[in-house]
Design a protein around this ligand. Structure first.
Ligand SMILES: [Zn+2]
Length: 288
């Protein structure tokens, strides 16, 4: 059998994923020549030797679509990295905030002390009156709800945006709360003003980290069911089919609106009769 370059000059190379009909080998980058007798572009599978027509699908538009796809994929990856970095940052800030919320800054006894700082953290005194107690409780509730919701959102985003990740492989979803609180702990250890309540503060950060981890895990577990419920309300059935992967990945079937299907069937006979009225002759003229 002749090699591909013995058949004629190489015109180009296969520039898209095209699969050999014989063995399924990816013909990407294989040489393309023009068959002299037939005048069609062909390439040859290096695995099984089968010839196949080249250029059925790799038009210039297809090549540019592939390039655009690569660019969009890169943008998507950076978007995901940015999104989860932001989640990490805010979860860490909330972890730190939950701890410092229970403290106050006190001026040091001697302004010129060995640490060179004129303030230090101490545990906040018990509330002086009911009004202050109520205000402190409200602040704590708002902070905890924000942390819990953000952690659950992080987990939910992970399970929806990284829908291809299943089972225990979804454990990296717990990285944002762990890393965030880890950074918070490091900052607290390095904070000279926290020297009198360092251990207490670390325990607080660890406890809050645990709370965020549990909320994130809940978010991972309910993320896709919640997303499906929201999409059912927000999107019409036909558009929703683009998001069918959110159903398929969990072994579910995307519910189809049966009403619209039966409507199409009702319209069909009318459409065919209309089609009969506008039959096109072989010469391209309307027969009427
Ligand atoms: Zn092959």
């Amino acid at each position: 059998m002749p090699t591909i370059d013995e058949l004629g000059p190489i015109i180009g190379h296969v520039e898209t994923d095209t699969f050999c009909e014989g063995c399924g080998f990816n013909l990407f980058t294989q040489s393309v020549v023009r068959d002299e007798r037939l005048g069609v572009l062909i390439c040859r599978c290096p695995e099984c030797g089968k010839f196949s027509a080249a250029g059925r699908t790799n038009s210039a538009a297809r090549v540019w679509l592939n390039r655009l796809g690569t660019v969009l994929l890169t943008v998507w990856v950076f978007f995901l990295l940015g999104l989860f970095s932001l989640c990490t940052l805010f979860l860490g800030m909330l972890s730190f905030g939950h701890m410092t919320e229970q403290t106050t800054m006190k001026p040091d006894a001697h302004a010129a002390n060995t640490y060179g700082y004129s303030y230090h953290y101490v545990l906040r005194d018990p509330s002086r009156d009911e009004e202050e107690a109520r205000q402190n409780t409200m602040e704590a509730i708002i902070l905890d709800c924000t942390g819990g919701l953000l952690a659950a959102l992080t987990g939910g985003l992970f399970s929806v945006l990284l829908w291809h990740v299943k089972g225990w492989r979804r454990l990296p979803a717990l990285l944002p709360p762990l890393l965030g609180s880890g950074f918070a702990a490091l900052i607290w250890i390095a904070e000279p003003a926290g020297r009198f309540i360092r251990e207490w503060g670390l325990k607080q950060i660890v406890a809050y980290c645990l709370f965020e981890v549990i909320a994130t895990a809940i978010g991972v577990l309910i993320g896709r069911p919640v997303a499906r419920a929201v999409l059912k309300i927000l999107t019409p059935p036909k558009v929703r089919q683009h998001l069918a992967f959110l159903w398929i990945v969990d072994g579910k079937v995307l519910p189809v609106e049966h009403k619209s299907v039966s409507k199409e069937h009702e319209v069909l006979p009318e459409a065919t009769s209309q089609g009969r009225n506008t039959l096109v002759s072989p010469h391209g003229k309307n027969i009427s």
